[in-house]
Ligand binder design. Structure first.
Ligand SMILES: [Zn+2]
Length: 347
C-alpha cells in the first residue's frame, strides 16, 4: 500500500474521531508571553507531557516517555514537543512562558509547514519527518485538551500498529453491502451492542460470563448468515480501531485534571448505545467497531485475560479473545441466541 493510500485509509478514522463527543471548554487563560493561538496548544501539550509516564503503561512498547508529538491549530500554529529540536521553521518557545513539563522541549512554527501532511487544511500526520532522526504523530487540536490527548494518542497508536501489529491493514476492497444492510443483520448487531453495554455494568464474574456467553451466541447467529467479506472487515476494524479507541480514551482519562473515575467505561457505553447514522452499511460497520472493540478490551481486563494485548498485536481478533476467555458450552449457543432475540422482541 502506498503512503498516500495509508493516509486515505486513516483519514476515514479522522472523520470518525472528529465526530466524538464534545466536552465543555476548559476556559483556561493562555499562559502569559505566548501568542493566543499557541496558548491552547501549550495547555494540551503539557497535559500529554505530564501524563506521559502513565500513558507509557497502557500498552507495552507503544509510548516511551518522553515521547515526541505535535499538536496543530489549523492555519495558525504547530506545537512540537521533542527532546531533539525540529528543523526550521520551528523555533524554541521561551522557557519562562512554559509549564515545567514542556521547558526546553517545546517548539512552534507558524503558517504552512513543509514536510507536514495536511488534509483539507487540517494537519494530520502519523509519521511527520520534521525532527531529525525520528518520526512523530501530529494532529489538529480538538475542542478541549482532554479530547486532544485522546485524539493524539489514538492516532499515535495507529502509527505504532503500522510498525508493530501483525496485519495492521486490510487491502481487500470486497464488501458485500446487501449482506450488511439486511434488517436482520442490523437488529442482531444492535442486540450485541446492548449486551456488551450491559456487560460493562458492575457485576460478579458468574453474571459477567453469562452476559458474554449470550453476546457470543448472538454474534455467532449473525455470522452464520453474514458474508465472509463483511465478517473480515468487521473483525479487522474492531481490532484496529477498537484497540486505538481504548488506548486513546485511557490516555485522555489519565490526562484529565482531576481524573474522572469510570470515564473510559462511560464513553464506551455512550458509543454502544448511540444510534449509528452512517451513509451506508460499510460505514456503519466501521463506526460500530470503535465501541465494540473498546468494550471487549474492558471486558477482557475484567475477565483477567492478562495477555490479550500481546495476542491482539500478534493477530488475534477481539472476538476470538473473548470467545476463548468464556467458551460457549456445546449446544448452548442456539438456545441462548433464541432467548435473547425473543427478549429483545418483547421490548
Ligand atoms: Zn482510528
Amino acid at each position: 500500500m502506498t503512503e498516500r493510500s495509508i493516509y486515505a485509509w486513516f483519514s476515514l478514522a479522522v472523520l470518525v474521531a472528529a465526530c466524538g463527543p464534545l466536552r465543555p471548554q476548559s476556559g483556561t487563560e493562555p499562559p502569559a508571553g505566548l501568542a493566543p493561538a499557541v496558548g491552547p496548544l501549550v495547555e494540551a501539550g503539557a497535559r500529554v507531557a505530564r501524563a506521559s509516564p502513565e500513558i507509557s503503561k497502557i500498552w507495552a512498547g507503544f509510548w516511551q516517555a518522553p515521547h515526541a508529538f505535535g499538536i496543530a491549530k489549523p492555519r495558525e500554529a504547530v506545537l512540537v514537543v521533542s527532546e531533539v529540536a525540529p528543523e526550521s521553521p520551528f523555533a524554541a518557545l521561551p522557557r519562562n512562558a512554559l509549564p515545567p513539563a514542556l521547558r526546553g522541549r517545546a517548539y512552534v512554527a507558524h503558517g504552512v509547514i513543509q514536510g507536514l501532511y495536511a488534509t483539507q487544511g487540517n494537519y494530520f500526520d502519523l509519521h511527520a519527518r520534521i525532527v531529525p532522526g525520528t518520526e512523530l504523530t501530529v494532529v489538529f487540536m480538538k475542542a478541549d485538551p482532554e479530547a486532544t490527548v485522546e485524539f493524539l494518542v489514538h492516532e499515535a497508536f495507529h502509527a505504532f500498529q503500522l510498525r508493530v501489529f501483525s496485519t495492521p491493514r486490510r487491502d481487500d476492497d470486497a464488501f458485500d453491502m446487501p449482506s450488511a444492510a439486511r434488517p436482520e443483520f442490523t437488529s442482531l448487531i444492535d442486540l450485541e451492542r446492548s449486551l456488551l453495554a450491559s456487560g460493562l455494568e458492575p457485576m460478579g464474574r458468574d453474571s459477567l460470563e453469562q452476559v458474554v456467553r449470550s453476546y457470543l451466541a448472538v454474534r455467532q447467529r449473525r455470522y452464520a448468515s453474514t458474508a465472509e467479506s463483511v465478517r473480515g472487515e468487521e473483525l479487522h476494524l474492531e481490532r484496529i480501531e477498537g484497540s486505538a479507541h481504548f488506548v486513546g480514551l485511557t490516555a485522555g482519562a489519565m490526562s484529565a485534571d482531576p481524573r474522572r473515575p469510570g470515564s473510559v467505561e462511560k464513553t464506551v457505553l455512550e458509543h454502544l448505545t448511540m444510534e449509528m447514522e452512517a451513509p451506508d452499511a460499510r460505514w456503519a460497520v466501521r463506526m460500530r467497531s470503535y465501541g465494540t472493540g473498546a468494550a471487549i478490551a474492558i471486558l477482557l481486563g475484567r475477565l483477567n485475560v492478562v495477555d490479550w494485548k500481546t495476542r491482539l498485536q500478534d493477530g488475534a481478533t477481539f472476538h476470538e479473545l473473548l470467545a476463548g476467555a468464556v467458551p460457549l458450552r456445546p449446544g448452548e449457543a442456539e438456545a441462548l441466541a433464541r432467548h435473547q432475540i425473543e427478549e429483545a422482541g418483547r421490548d
